[in-house]
Ligand binder design. Structure first.
Ligand code: ZN
Length: 571
């Protein structure tokens, strides 16, 4: 007996097996809460020889997620809008195959299945595609932390009519409404960069694309709608940096579309690049074997590099697991969120065994995989091998950041005390090094007199005063600021070699202090390694303060790279 498959089933198999072995991690619906302007369309997928799958009559708009391999990830991401005249989507040809290419150089890609005006009701047809593209960018930003992508490097790429959609998004966006009850609406939908491939730009009847125009705004459109969707008329200084790719012999969408958009970008002083190749026609995708136009992909990649879009993230390891501060899990989380929200860092957290487990000897992280280690640890001494690994890591140029009680740890470990410069408690005395502070005359004092190391008065809000305003970590910051409630460490002792005091705070006898200006923020060197030491951060609210956050984020970047690219921000 033979089993005959129904014809439609065979068709489905064809579709399923035609995806060139692409692995799609995930598909996200754009509107889990319910689709605005929902239709009763029944989606169709069909295969076109050599160019892959096409999709039409989209009913459920979604994002197909293509993550870059972790070892290549740059933090940049792009929403891809395939073309097809607002009638169909060239799903593979101008979608998933592009996504795979972006992944190959560390860019996360999201192929947008947007609704197609051609099939929509007259009430909805002009709105749905833009609505979907805006939502797509918000959705990607909402995942920034979970996926470790940079919310400030989310771009858009569009082909042909998808290029119209991408340029419409680039000229019609909002910054998000912070208090909107719908969480998604709180995120900005402005793309940070645009890649426009043989795009339809204008609704102008002399050089615009007739089919896209008809599908989007109808045969006899309202003139206002015509201007609204003529994106060369909508460019402002807020329009993102853009690269346009076109071919001179494009008979489908005339190169004038790219040219007028490019001119509008120039008028508005938006960084812009325009490459028009001598031939290539329309809808060339990668343009393999089509002559010089085949270079476009490399050109776009180099453009992205030059825009700083492909800078890789700084790899941070936060060490935690033992601490006399009961809120250590919370402070780790606060620091982790601050690092991730800046978009500059990829963060791992490693937890040591607890004291009760009595297995600290087994703690052996591979520090060498990171650019910088942040310690939120104050506990048992690590094994000799782990200590040596850490010393080797910093000596060879690895960064280290010591936060608050991390400078209480390891009184018995000389190299560690050299790294942090000054420490407290755990039996520290004059044998460990001098007290270091500023006196009222503004002189830096190294005081060798005997006595215990490490003390603090009552918790209170206090003023931080910069002593070095030219260091990359402190440049551009207020000379003084009122810090949140915190513990003001005083009488720290240590070798204090190669140490630069960036900021101090006056330790007032009124609150149980020393009447000295105590070091709060320090930088040090150990071998080739850079160390940032912040004594701040006892309470959650201490760490959430702008002064802690800014100096911490800048300190981590500086310890990792020797530079600070972060702005001083709003204080
Ligand atoms: Zn404390």
């Amino acid at each position: 007996m033979t089993i005959k498959f129904p014809a439609f089933f065979i068709f489905c198999i064809l579709v399923m097996t035609s995806s060139s072995g692409l692995t799609q991690d995930l598909v996200l619906p754009l509107y889990p809460e319910g689709i605005p302007c929902a239709s009763q369309l029944k989606e169709e997928i069909f295969e076109v020889r050599n160019t892959g799958r096409r999709v039409q009559k989209v009913q459920h708009p979604e994002l197909a997620v293509y993550r870059a391999p972790a070892n290549l990830a740059t933090g940049a991401s792009v929403v891809i809008c395939p073309g097809g005249g607002y009638t169909v989507l060239a799903w593979d040809w101008e979608g998933t195959w592009m996504a795979e290419w972006f992944n190959s150089f560390g860019v996360d890609a999201f192929v947008l299945k947007y609704r197609l005006p051609r099939w929509e009701s007259e009430d909805c047809r002009s709105n749905v595609a833009l609505m979907d593209a805006q939502r797509a960018v918000r959705l990607v930003r909402s995942k920034a932390q979970e996926w470790q992508i940079d919310p400030n490097r989310v771009g858009v790429m569009g082909f042909s009519a998808g290029g119209h959609l991408a340029s419409t998004l680039s000229t019609h966006f909002d910054a998000g409404k912070p208090n909107d009850p719908n969480e998604m609406a709180r995120y900005s939908c402005r793309p940070d960069f645009s890649i426009l491939m043989y795009p339809v730009i204008s609704m102008d009847t002399t050089f615009g694309h007739t089919g896209s125009r008809r599908n989007l705004i109808g045969e006899n459109p309202d003139p206002e709608l015509e201007i609204f969707f003529s994106n060369e008329k909508q460019v402002t200084q807020e329009t993102p940096p853009t690269i346009l790719i076109h071919a001179s012999d494009d008979g489908g969408v005339l190169p004038e579309n790219s040219i007028v958009y490019y001119q509008a970008l120039l008028r508005n002083e938006v960084p812009a690049a325009l490459h028009i190749y001598e031939s290539g026609g329309h809808g060339f995708s990668f343009a393999e074997g089509k002559g010089s136009v085949e270079q476009w992909a490399e050109t776009v990649k180099i453009w992205m590099e030059n825009q700083g879009l492909l800078n890789t993230k700084i790899k941070v390891l936060i060490v935690e697991g033992q601490n006399n501060h009961k809120n250590w899990m919370e402070t780790t989380q606060i620091m982790q969120e601050q690092l991730l929200s800046s978009g500059l860092f990829a963060v791992d957290v490693i937890r040591t065994p607890t004291k009760e487990e009595n297995k600290i000897g087994k703690f052996s992280p591979d520090f060498s995989r990171y650019d910088v280690v942040v310690s939120n640890y104050n506990g048992e001494l690590w094994s000799e091998q782990t200590r040596k690994n850490f010393e080797d890591f910093v000596r060879a140029g690895g960064g280290f950041v010591s936060v608050h009680a991390a400078n209480n740890a390891f009184a018995q470990w000389p190299a560690y005390n050299e790294m942090i410069g000054l420490g407290g408690w755990e039996g520290r005395t004059e044998k460990d090094g001098p007290y270091v502070y500023y006196n009222k005359e503004g002189e830096l004092i190294r005081d060798e007199s005997p006595g215990p190391g490490g003390h603090h008065g009552r918790q209170h809000a206090f003023t931080i005063e910069l002593r070095d305003t030219s260091h990359p970590i402190t440049a551009g910051l207020p000379k003084k600021w009122l810090h949140a409630k915190d513990e003001l460490y005083d009488q720290l002792r240590g070798p204090a070699l190669n140490m630069n005091v960036l900021a101090t705070a006056y330790s007032d006898p009124e609150t149980g202090g020393t009447d000295r200006h105590e070091p709060m923020l320090m930088t040090l060197h150990y071998g080739l390694g850079r160390i940032f030491h912040t004594t701040l951060g006892h309470l959650n609210e201490s760490q959430e303060h702008i002064g802690f956050k800014t100096t911490f984020l800048r300190g981590v970047e500086w310890a990792a790279t020797g530079k600070v690219t972060q702005e001083a921000g709003e204080w």
